[in-house]
Design a protein around this ligand. Structure first.
Ligand code: TXE
Length: 498
């Protein structure tokens, strides 16, 4: 039976006045559940609850807030397998990656819970006697979390975990491709016992719920992950309100293969980086930049391996790559494949929709590899699908110049056994993340995640020690216990001489 969900507002699941939409399994076409397209009034109601709850939540000591995050982590751990199956069924990543998505939730909630007992500020010496100076973090207020479909539980967890431990209440607006994952996620938070109104889930369109959330006067920060065009729009309207905004907007991530690289290690990394999650990770390796000396060997091996991948229903443990997430995604990726063909890029393997039998019910595309010239669109634009562009570089300098020639700067990688290239790449690749001898994917929650250039113009970082930046502001406190007026910058000479 297809379950009908409502909106989660003020600690309760509520019916909506809005129309409904369905969510589907991208491998089979099966309808999984229906959700409301929330109205403006319902969105406003959720923000009203978030605002009321914020006043109490911010006063709850951070270690107590952390206990609730730990409780949620325990429940996520208990339900890991069923939640992983929801991720795979609704989004289409293979089941091992579905489990990884949920594991990331557990890892981050545990990490963020610990932050409740750290959340360090500084104590700094004063230039005046009997005066103490310190800094502390304060939550910005109720926040809006706008999330995509490619990590349908992990990304809501990164954003909500950091918001909650910081003392912010939130309204989560998930992608309309994966509302079931968001609902199952919020059910766990409800079971963990977060106070009513701290956690709210509002499904619906970008234009009503997304725009409405960003523009709402009581929403004090927005954390957004999605496409560049939507991100620009969010950035503009957040700027009109002068609120904090965290943006994570995709990439065109390169792997550089130097001529001294361990080829076996390189190929394992390239296959995982390019075709994991059917290339739909913001950190996916979508460019392989190969030193000319090893180019032919790498290309041969790549084609052989890509053709061996088993494509099918991602719930089957034996499947290597599932479908792309939606009909729109499939159309967009196929359009890029056509662009490659029209621009005379050399198609090395794949390059087609998979059809026949069970493939006809889902959105399958064969793993595709093009040999591409550095100025072509396939070398420069984000595709977000199982399409890898291979480029030839003369030497290290040329490889880095190609790597840096795109407008994005999220992840990057170099395979080499030469320390010179490894250390230079760490400094010279224009990206928020650089891997050495590992692919562009595989972020760990205890490290900052984010990019530069059009990937992350606000330069915020999710996860890691920087996760709180999006949701807190710094308060500087001066405590003068001298019992008299002391004037900074003015009384210092007298003091020095006295
Ligand atoms: O993203 P959108 P889509 C890229 C990838 C993909 C493309 C489009 O290239 O092909 O984006 O995917 C909400 N105000 N990435 O269409 O539209 C929307 O409902 C506020 C990269 O899914 O950007 C969803 O919740 N919000 C990315 C979220 O924004 C609005 C992951 C993202 O949707 C809105 C996903 C509005 N006006 C896609 N309109 C990554 N960085 O990993 C829509 N939304």
């Amino acid at each position: 039976m297809v379950q009908e969900y409502g909106l989660f507002i003020g600690g309760k699941w509520r019916k909506s006045e809005g129309k409904r939409f369905e969510t589907h399994n991208p491998a089979t076409g099966e309808t999984l559940a229906t959700f409301p397209l929330a109205t403006k009034e319902e969105l406003n109601e959720s923000v009203r609850h978030a605002k009321g709850a914020f006043e109490r939540w911010k006063k709850t000591p951070a270690p107590r807030r952390g206990e609730l995050l730990l409780e949620a982590a325990r429940i996520f751990r208990r339900k890991k397998e069923e939640l992983a199956r929801t991720v795979t069924t609704e989004m289409g990543k293979v089941i091992a990656e579905g489990r990884g998505d949920v594991q990331e939730v557990i890892d981050f909630y545990e990490y963020a819970a610990g932050e409740g007992r750290r959340m360090f500020g500084e104590t700094v010496p004063s230039e005046l006697p009997n005066k103490m100076c310190l800094t502390t973090r304060l939550p910005v207020g109720p926040v809006g979390l706008i999330t995509p479909w490619n990590f349908p539980m992990a990304i809501p967890a990164w954003k909500s975990g950091a918001a909650l431990i910081a003392g912010c209440s939130f309204v989560l607006k998930p992608s309309s491709l994966t509302p079931l994952c968001a609902a199952r996620f919020v059910e766990v938070l409800d079971e963990a016992g977060f106070p009513a109104g701290v956690v709210n889930l509002v499904t619906g369109t970008g234009s009503v719920v997304g725009d409405g959330l960003v523009a709402h006067p009581d929403i004090r920060a927005i954390s957004f992950t999605g496409g560049v065009d939507t991100g620009k729009h969010v950035y503009e309207s957040a700027a009109k309100k002068m609120i904090k905004v965290g943006l994570e907007l995709g990439g065109k991530n390169p792997i550089i293969a130097m001529d001294d690289a361990n080829l076996e290690l390189l190929m394992d990394g390239v296959m995982f980086g390019a075709f994991g999650t059917a290339g739909q990770r913001c950190t996916a390796a979508s460019r392989l930049i190969v030193h000319q000396k090893i180019y032919d060997d790498v290309v041969d091996e790549l084609v052989e391996r890509a053709e061996k991948l088993r494509i099918g229903n991602p719930i089957d443990e034996k499947t290597d790559m599932g479908p792309v997430a939606s009909a729109d995604q499939q159309k967009k990726v196929l359009e890029y494949i056509d662009i490659g063909k029209k621009e005379d890029d050399k198609l090395l393997t794949g390059g087609a929709k998979l059809t026949g039998g069970s493939y006809d019910r889902g959105f399958f595309i064969s793993p595709t590899v093009f040999a591409v010239d550095r100025k072509k669109r396939l070398a420069l634009e984000e595709i977000f699908g199982p399409v890898l562009s291979v480029l030839k570089a003369k030497d290290y300098e040329d490889a880095v110049a190609i790597a840096n020639s795109v407008k994005y700067g999220l992840s990057s990688s170099i395979y080499t056994n030469d320390l010179r290239w490894a250390f230079r790449a760490m400094h010279e690749l224009e990206a928020g993340i650089t891997y050495v001898n590992a692919p562009t994917i595989g972020a760990e929650v205890q490290l900052p995640f984010g990019g530069t250039k059009e990937t992350g113009p606000t330069d915020t970082r999710e996860a890691g020690s920087t996760a709180l930046e999006e949701f807190t502001y710094w308060k500087t406190v001066y405590v003068d216990y001298s019992g008299r007026l002391q004037r900074a910058q003015i009384d210092t000479e007298k003091l020095a001489g006295s």
